[in-house]
Design a protein around this ligand. Sequence first.
Ligand SMILES: Cc1cc2nc3c(=O)[nH]c(=O)nc-3n(C[C@H](O)[C@H](O)[C@H](O)COP(=O)(O)O)c2cc1C
Ligand code: SF4
Ligand code: SF4
Length: 264
Amino acid sequence: MKTMLYVYTGTGNSLWIARQLALELKGATLEFMPSLSGNSNVEADRVGIIFPVHIWGLPHRVIQFVKHLQAKPETYFFALAVNAGQVAGALLQIKKIMSKRGLSLALGYSIVMPTNYIPWGGPGPIEAQQQLFSQAREKVKAIARSILRGERKEVDRGPFWQNILFSGFYRMSFRQVPKMDKKFWVDDKCNSCEICSNVCPAENIEMLNDKPAWLHRCEQCFACIQWCPQEAIQHGKKTPKYQRYHHPEVTLKDLLDQDKTSKL
Ligand SMILES: Cc1cc2nc3c(=O)[nH]c(=O)nc-3n(C[C@H](O)[C@H](O)[C@H](O)COP(=O)(O)O)c2cc1C
Ligand code: SF4
Ligand code: SF4
């Protein structure tokens, strides 16, 4: 039985989760989620979609991916929404989009990991991060068992009031996302290494006079600010004092390689 896992990530949490799941499912193929603008056929019996929750919903890339996905009607789909404690209605959203395309989401799970949303602060103490990693590892093992049994369940969701409130925020902000890069700026520590430009999955950063310039087609993945080795990229006023984050078992090379080949 062929299993494909598609992952989108800014700071490696979703990639790490996808790798844990691939280990449990033995023989699953793991690929970075491509940026799709036309229909794409997936030839697999089981398909997993693993992504971070952004602004209480789905990142643009995930929506585009799911909207262009073509598969046999009997394909077994599952989704893992990696988040920092507020999954809200993200899994209901993906389920709805899939259903409009005649695809059925069998399982949808929320997995809580350290936050990479640096405008609100750092990822928290290392002990708390490690606790999240070990809880996530256990949850992934249980999810893998459900997948292997071919189960179908209600998807995880936040409390009702949160879903209503947050889906309102999501709808209001969604169209603004490409221009939210206006809040990024670069300080004197920048040494023009170009890592930010190379790590951006949206090709949204060009080097202008040896400094990054954002082109307003941002996906808000936060890879640029979190992977800058000099911590020279800032967002608003508070980030100079906040700790950077990426998953400790994911390397910059892992993310940079996604351009050359989508295979992992
Ligand atoms: C722009 C942005 C918005 C986010 N919104 C949410 C959110 O609504 N709920 C939540 O729980 N976490 C939110 N997060 C945190 C990420 O979902 C979380 O840290 C995730 O593990 C990051 O995964 P990644 O490392 O694969 O990119 C947000 C992060 C970013 C960058
Ligand atoms: S990654 Fe950081 S140091 Fe390198 S060019 Fe970008 S902002 Fe400058
Ligand atoms: S500019 Fe930064 S936040 Fe926006 S898509 Fe590129 S790496 Fe992600």
